[in-house]
Design a protein around this ligand. Sequence first.
Ligand SMILES: Cc1nc(C(=O)O)sc1CCOP(=O)(O)O
Length: 203
Amino acid sequence: MSVPELHIISTGKQQITKFVEIASEIHEYIDFIHLREKHMSAAQLYQAVTLLCERNIPLSKIIVNDRVDVAWSQQAYGVQLAFHSLDVSVVKQAFPGIRVGRSIHSFDEAQTVFEKGADFAIYGHVFPTNSKSGLPPKGVEELKEITMNMKLPIIAIGGITPSNSELLINAGAKGIAVMSGVLDAKSPVQAVKEYCRSLGKGR
Ligand SMILES: Cc1nc(C(=O)O)sc1CCOP(=O)(O)O
């Protein structure tokens, strides 16, 4: 089994300069940084990627939410699509070579996006989280079903802490995605190190 991936997702609530500051402190410990700033224009997102690059964060670690035009023009690692985004197959055809992730919430959705050629999917929310209050968490059973039946790399998301992350890896997840556990922490660096330890990551 390969070393699990650690993805950090921007909250959309921090000043972008603050997020860039934190990202520059934690990037060497993590695999991917997602820019999920739904309120930003394409121009603002493009600028945010530039700011990350100026802090020596490699493009190979940057994933842009929804806006494939921004991801493509900045030559970022990939784009993370949601239900309201362009379809996975449209993006794969129009932007050959870009890695395409898709948010999913069920086995059937996993199957659909796998068939359309998604490179990975983010499945959640697995545990209770303030970001999805009022919606019941999905737990790990369906996650196991997906990982056992499909060759689609799955990143688990939602309410993940250093103490519950191992459950998800044992359920077949290729990695975890974390928002508040790192970005709202008093010390994001300490927090990220705890996640790394829980995943058996080297640093
Ligand atoms: C951005 C996002 N997507 C989810 C989904 O279920 O698709 S849960 C989520 C937020 C995750 O935040 P935290 O790590 O603070 O729980």
